[in-house]
Design a protein around this ligand. Structure first.
Ligand code: SAM
Ligand code: SF4
Length: 324
């Protein structure tokens, strides 16, 4: 198990994104098919811990819990406690839509979670309702971010996906950035990927519209961070920074350091790929840690040089089970 994990292109794999559920209380129009109700046979807390130990032994140092909506899992605090204790995992992170943070932020912090990404696409109440599939309120997410600050989370990122004609006006983009800064968080715009509906607004256009609204950003000079921050590029302003993830217009696959396990336990080497390895079956059929490690290594040998989400070939496998 000792040689550190690598993919077919020789990229070192240090970051595991673990989807803990494919259920969600929202139906974001860019993410979830409206009829989606969650259907995976989920890994239990002990299975998630065992898998994390195997990945850690292979050199993974960062784990992000995602979904679906991870706070929909009743045992999320227990999962967090178990994973935070795994030797070798130096960073445990969570991505959430934020609405359950008022009751969960404190217990999650106490369980060992230190990094939180909260999705808030816009502070415009009507646009937020539309984007969440009429399931959510921007004010509830903002209350969740405030609760996270109070609980002690200092490293907060606010993720926003921008859709043409919905939340892409210069004033809407600027209001989101200002609100995130006021809440002590770093706003980060993610380019729309073709999982479900909506029209892409490229990063360069978001930058131009922010400038139009009076927020002129400078590219970051110092990009060093340990472990590396992956595909995000941060721009600076004297009042704070703004991140951008641009999977469509600025391919970042060369620096990919991640692997994904979907809610049903399928290993996915690439978010844009279709190859899957059913780790749940191995966990439940009595496979040894060594055999699972061999299967993980083999799956990563199928990982291509880059995703082809920018190619016009239709939709990807649903995001809900994979976790972004
Ligand atoms: N429910 C949680 C949330 O919304 O933060 C975690 C799961 S969600 C799938 C993880 C991230 O993927 C969120 O930041 C969400 O905005 C992003 N996402 C979902 N669909 C996307 C799409 N089509 N393109 C780009 N990002 C997307
Ligand atoms: Fe749910 Fe997150 Fe997808 Fe929205 S982006 S539907 S909150 S999983």
């Amino acid at each position: 198990m000792t040689a550190p994990l690598q993919d077919a292109q020789g990229r070192g794999i240090r970051y595991l994104r673990l989807s803990v559920t494919d259920r969600c209380n929202f139906r974001c129009v860019y993410c979830s098919p409206s009829e989606w109700s969650g259907r995976a046979d989920l890994l239990n807390a002990a299975e998630l811990e065992r898998l994390t130990r195997i990945f850690a032994a292979l050199g993974v140092v960062r784990v992000r819990l995602t979904g679906g909506e991870p706070t929909a899992r009743k045992d999320l605090v227990e999962i967090t406690e178990r994973l935070a204790r795994v030797p070798g995992i130096s960073e445990l992170c969570l991505t959430t839509n934020g609405v359950r943070l008022p009751e969960l932020a404190g217990p999650l912090y106490d369980a060992g979670l230190r990094r939180l990404n909260v999705s808030l696409d816009t502070v415009d109440a009507a646009a937020f309702r539309l984007l969440s599939g009429e399931r959510g309120e921007a004010a509830d997410v903002i209350a969740g971010i405030v609760a996270a600050r109070v609980a002690g989370f200092s490293d907060l990122v606010v993720n926003a996906v921008v859709l043409a004609g919905v939340n892409d006006k210069p004033s809407q983009l600027a209001a989101l950035v200002e609100t995130a800064w006021q809440l002590g968080a770093t706003p980060r715009f993610i380019e729309l990927m073709p999982f479900s509906g909506g029209t892409l607004v490229p990063t360069d256009l978001v930058l131009a519209r922010l400038a139009l609204a009076g927020i002129e950003l400078q590219p970051e000079v110092d990009k060093t961070s340990t472990p590396p921050r992956g595909p995000s590029v941060y721009y600076q302003h004297n009042r704070g920074s703004v991140g951008f993830i641009s999977p469509i217009t600025k391919n970042f696959c060369g620096g990919c350091n991640r692997v994904r396990v979907a809610a049903n336990g399928d290993l996915r080497a690439c978010l844009g790929g279709r190859e899957q390895v059913p780790l749940r079956t191995m966990l439940r059929d009595g496979a040894s840690d060594g055999a699972i490690a061999v299967a993980i290594r083999a799956a990563l040998m199928l990982k291509l040089e880059r995703h082809d989400m920018d190619a016009p070939r239709g939709r990807l496998l649903p995001m809900m089970g994979i976790g972004g």
